[in-house]
Design a protein around this ligand. Structure first.
Ligand code: SF4
Length: 341
C-alpha cells in the first residue's frame, strides 16, 4: 500500500490507538494531579468502530498499530479488539504499551488473540521508589507481568523508562542489567514537557548525551547501531552485545521522520503528540459516514500536516510545561494519558 505523505514527505504509517483514558497508576510525569476530567464512557469507540477506522487508515498507508491508554489493559475484553486487529493482514506490526500491572493476568489471552509484542513501562527497580513515583503499591505486579509475558511467548519485549534527574537517574545500569534477565530491550526516554507533565522543568531532564556518558563510564565503549528506521529510539550496543535505546524527544527530537498519528479512545485524531487540536472521527462514523467519507476526512489532514511539535519546543528559549492545569480540565484531550504518549 502506498502511504499518503504530509507536507514534509513523511508517510502515514503508524497509528497509536488509545483504548481508554483511565489508568491504575499516577506517574509523576504524566498524572501528577489529584483529580481529572474523564472521557464519558458512552463516547468511547466500540471495538467494531475501532476496527472500521483502522481499515480506513490501512487504506491510506498505515501498517503499524500500537494500543495505548491510559492503561490499555483496563479496557474490558481487550483481547477481543486484538483479535479484530490481528485478523488484518496489512498490519505488519501490532503492539501494546502497558504499565504491566495487569499483564500477568492477561498475557496468555493477549498472545492467543494475536498481539505481536509488548512494551512495558517501568521507571524503577526499587519498590519504595515505585510507590513514591506512581502513588500505587504495585511494583511486584509489574515484575510478575514481565515474567508472564515471557512465559506466554512474547519476544522483542521493550522496557520503557522515563529518566528524571534526582528521581531514577541512578538506575540506568541497573535497568540494563535487569533487562537482560527478562529478557527485554531497555529504552530510556527523556522527560518530556507534553500535556499532563505539569511539573516538568528542563533541569529535571537527563539528556541523551549525559545518559551515554554515564553508561560509558560503567560499560566502556558504546556503539550506535546503524539502521534505517522511523522508530523513535536511537539504539546502542555495549561491548558484550547488549542493545538498549534512547528516545531523545526533548534534546534531539526526531520529528523529521515522524510517521505517527494518534487516535483517542473517543475517536479524536491527532497529528502530533503536541497538537492542540484534533479531528473528530467518532461523530461522522456514528452519523453513518462510509469508508470513503472517513478517508476524505483523514487524507487532507495528513497531506497538509506540518507538525514538528518537539522541534518547535526545542527552539523555545524559555521552556515551561506545555499546558496549564486549567486548560487540561477544559479539554482532557490535551492530557498525555488521554492521547496515548
Ligand atoms: S513531536 Fe510530533 S511530529 Fe515530532 S516526533 Fe513527536 S509526534 Fe512526531
Amino acid at each position: 500500500m502506498t502511504a499518503i505523505r504530509d507536507l514534509f514527505g513523511r508517510a502515514l504509517r503508524n497509528l497509536r490507538i488509545s483504548v481508554t483514558d483511565r489508568c491504575n497508576l499516577r506517574c509523576a510525569y504524566c498524572m501528577p494531579e489529584e483529580e481529572y476530567v474523564w472521557l464519558p464512557r458512552e463516547e468511547l469507540l466500540h471495538f467494531e468502530e475501532i476496527g472500521r477506522l483502522v481499515d480506513v487508515f490501512v487504506g491510506l498507508g498505515v501498517d503499524k498499530v500500537r494500543l495505548t491508554g491510559g492503561e490499555p489493559l483496563l479496557r474490558r475484553d481487550l483481547p477481543r479488539l486484538i483479535g479484530i486487529l490481528a485478523a488484518k493482514p496489512e498490519l505488519r506490526d501490532l503492539a501494546l504499551t502497558t504499565n504491566g500491572v495487569l499483564l500477568a493476568d492477561q498475557a496468555v489471552a493477549l498472545k492467543g488473540a494475536g498481539l505481536h509484542r509488548v512494551t512495558v513501562s517501568l521507571d524503577t527497580l526499587r519498590p519504595a521508589r515505585f510507590t513514591a513515583l506512581t502513588r500505587r503499591d504495585t511494583h511486584a505486579r509489574v515484575l510478575d507481568g514481565l515474567a508472564a509475558a515471557a512465559r506466554a511467548g512474547f519476544t522483542s519485549t521493550k522496557l520503557d523508562t522515563v529518566v528524571m534527574r534526582g528521581v531514577n537517574d541512578d538506575e540506568l545500569a541497573d535497568l540494563i542489567e535487569f533487562g537482560r534477565t527478562v529478557p527485554a530491550e531497555v529504552r530510556f526516554i527523556e522527560y518530556m514537557d507534553v500535556g499532563g507533565a505539569t511539573r516538568w522543568s528542563m533541569d529535571k531532564v537527563v539528556g541523551r548525551a549525559e545518559m551515554l556518558q554515564r553508561l560509558e563510564r560503567r560499560y566502556g565503549t558504546i556503539t550506535p547501531v546503524a539502521e534505517e528506521s522511523t522508530a523513535p529510539a536511537d539504539r546502542y550496543r555495549l561491548a558484550d552485545g547488549t542493545v538498549f535505546g534512547i528516545i531523545a524527544s526533548t534534546t534531539a527530537p526526531f520529528c523529521a521522520d515522524c510517521d505517527r498519528s494518534r487516535l483517542t479512545a473517543d475517536g479524536m485524531w491527532y497529528l502530533c503528540l503536541y497538537a492542540q487540536q484534533g479531528t473528530d472521527l467518532r461523530g461522522p462514523l456514528r452519523a453513518g459516514a462510509g469508508d470513503e467519507a472517513l478517508a476524505a476526512l483523514i487524507r487532507p489532514g495528513w497531506q497538509t500536516r506540518r507538525d514538528r511539535g518537539a522541534e518547535a519546543r526545542l527552539a523555545l528559549r524559555d521552556r515551561s510545561p506545555l499546558v496549564e492545569v486549567g486548560q487540561l480540565r477544559q479539554d482532557p484531550h490535551l492530557e498525555m494519558h488521554t492521547r496515548g504518549g
